[in-house]
Design a protein around this ligand. Structure first.
Ligand code: C2E
Ligand code: CA
Ligand code: CA
Length: 557
């Protein structure tokens, strides 16, 4: 056909052929007069007296897809969709299930107020492109599931009803495949699909999402107990073995349930919630059912979000360092400062380091982040030294994960060299707990680092339950007494502990810094115990780089 030719449907051979073969149908519905013409062979029905497209869909559509098919049509008619396009299953007159794709458009002329809807009906049952079946189990597949989930959420919202999604994961399919072969595994999947479909009846629909994962959509329910009952029934049904080739095979399933729109109206989120519930069921020892509980799940999802956002925190320029001065309380001079990492993310806002550093440690980002901190802090320290400000050390926190890296020592010395900073300007802070837990070889490495000039501070000292005699064997320059001792300084026992730490440190020639000093009373007590070096809100909170620089500037005047 030439491009400029007028396309004439009636004269088109392919069109006529398709109509006759029963693979294509057409309908024309005058919305105002109710006149409905159907030339349609796909269903096997003859339509003489129907008055609307809705009626037509109601007759031909397979029960479980009716709601969705009607909704698609309504959405187009009331103008919320630009094109009419709908895929669903029909049940032909002789009971056969077929998949159809309906495409249509409303045509208007001056005489018709609402217009005429013209629709083409394609039989897509055998078209790979539109495949909505899982070929093994003959269940509707993931693609169709997503369409129906979307639709069910919408319907639940419109009609103020609740629906549920039950996610099913077969716990032991891998083992069955491994022990008995894939052929038998496939047979189990087929039998499972059949059993659950029968069990569900009209109450819901089963989909195969992938591998050993299935989902049940309950389009509507009134009482959550019904869903609980359904899950119990599934587990009960699977208590019976599957018999094949003289073998008895048992399967167990972990279930996760979410309710829409209560838990969410977002399909992706509902799937995420279901997966979480399944994961909880597995954690309970499998063959369990968990109903999603937003409150319980919140920390888990926050952690996942932190994890994914933290990945790009350096590239996105979201990290910053605040500096908290360490003061000699006898002359109020700054002796150094601790570099404290800050993270501001556009989704999460300011996240405290106590929350994101454990995540960074879990996934290993702490190595890159730690290097970023070292580079940034030493760069700043170098600039401040060049400006002539007086201080003796800059302290940087180091995580046990960084310590375990084989190039830890070289890396630190290289960063010092890169920023033209004497290693003696750098103090690394390692918690007492970490120092107790790391191996001999790491202690040896820290000794070497100390010999290169880098100072080592034991952070959060007093919380790691190490014996004081243990201290003698550790590479240490500075002890940082944990803030918990200062907040309870009224307690005589705490006072005694601090007093003996200070005495012992003087004897061993360690510097002692008291962290977390917030009030004048605490300061007086601590000075009374012989400790003059203070880091705490009483003198200053951690400050932005420029504010810290102002303090240094004032001091050097
Ligand atoms: P930390 O090393 O014990 O740091 C001291 C924490 O005490 C800081 O909290 C600081 O803001 C807070 N602080 C200081 N003075 C006072 C005070 O007078 N009262 C009270 N109540 N708190 C005070 P921040 O900045 O939230 O840091 C928390 C922890 O995160 C740090 O504890 C450290 O373990 C870790 N951290 C911070 N930056 C880094 C880093 O760059 N790398 C690593 N690995 N960990 C870091
Ligand atoms: Ca610290
Ligand atoms: Ca500390």
């Amino acid at each position: 056909m030439c491009r400029n030719d007028k396309y004439n449907l009636e004269n088109d051979n392919v069109y006529t052929y398709a109509l006759n073969m029963g693979n294509l149908g057409v309908c024309k519905w005058n919305i105002d007069t109710g006149e409905m013409v159907v030339s349609e062979k796909i269903t096997g029905y003859e339509f003489n007296s129907i008055k609307s497209m809705n009626e037509f869909i109601n007759i031909i559509t397979y029960e479980k897809d009716k709601m969705m098919a009607i909704q698609d049509l309504d959405d187009y008619i009331n103008g919320s969709l630009e094109f009419y396009r709908s895929t669903f299953r029909i049940k032909t007159k002789c009971g056969e299930i077929k998949w159809v794709l309906l495409k249509g458009k409303i045509f208007k002329d001056e005489t018709e107020s609402s217009g005429v809807l013209g629709v083409l009906i394609f039989n897509i049952t055998n078209m790979k492109f539109y495949d909505r079946w899982d070929s093994l189990t003959k269940l509707p597949n993931r693609e169709f599931f997503l369409i129906k989930l979307n639709n069910s959420i919408k319907m639940a919202e419109i009609h103020n009803k609740k629906g549920a999604l039950i996610y099913i994961d077969i716990d032991n399919l891998k083992i069955i495949n491994h022990n008995f072969g894939h052929h038998l595994g496939d047979w189990i999947l087929k039998s499972f699909a059949k059993s659950i479909t029968v069990l569900l009846g009209k109450q819901g629909e089963l989909f195969r999402l992938e591998g050993d994962e299935f989902a049940i959509l309950i389009y509507e329910f009134n009482d959550i107990k019904k869903i609980e009952k359904m899950c119990n029934k599934i587990h009960k049904c699977l208590k019976k073995s599957f018999r094949i080739m003289g073998k008895e095979i048992y399967i167990s399933t972990s279930l996760g349930v979410t309710v829409f729109p209560d838990d969410s109206s977002d399909p992706d989120e509902l799937l995420k919630f279901c997966n979480f519930a399944v994961y909880k069921s597995k954690g309970k020892g499998k063959n369990e059912c968990t109903f999603f509980d937003k409150q319980k799940a919140q920390p888990y999802f926050r952690k996942i979000l932190i994890d994914s956002e933290l990945k790009n925190s350096i590239i996105n320029n979201e990290l910053d360092i605040f500096y908290q001065p360490q003061i000699n309380a006898l002359n109020n001079k700054i002796i150094g400062f601790e570099a404290l990492l800050r993270w501001n993310n556009n989704k999460l806002g300011n996240v405290p380091p106590a929350e994101f550093i454990p995540v960074a440690e879990d996934n290993g980002y702490i190595v890159q982040i730690g290097n970023w901190v070292l580079n940034k802090a030493l760069d700043t320290a170098c600039a401040w030294k060049e400006k002539g400000y007086k201080f003796s050390t800059i302290s940087v926190n180091v995580s046990p994960i960084q310590l375990e890296k084989s190039d830890f020592k070289m890396n630190i010395l290289n960063i010092c060299a890169k920023h033209n900073v004497e290693p003696s300007l750098l103090e690394i802070e390692i918690t007492e707990r970490t120092l107790i837990e790391i191996g001999e070889d790491r202690i040896e490495l820290l000794n070497e680092l100390m010999e290169s000039g880098v100072s080592i501070a034991i952070d959060d000292f007093g919380t790691g339950y190490s014996s004081l005699s243990y201290l003698i064997n550790l590479p240490v320059n500075t002890l940082k007494i944990d803030k918990s001792f200062i907040s309870n300084i009224h307690n005589d026992k705490n006072k005694a502990v601090i007093g003996s730490i200070v005495k012992l440190s003087k004897y061993l020639k360690y510097k002692v810094i008291t962290e977390g000093v917030e009030t004048r009373e605490q300061l007086d007590e601590i000075i009374g115990l012989g400790c003059n070096l203070i880091q705490g809100y009483y003198f200053s909170k951690p400050l932005k780089e420029n504010k810290m620089e102002d303090l240094l500037k004032n001091q050097s005047k």
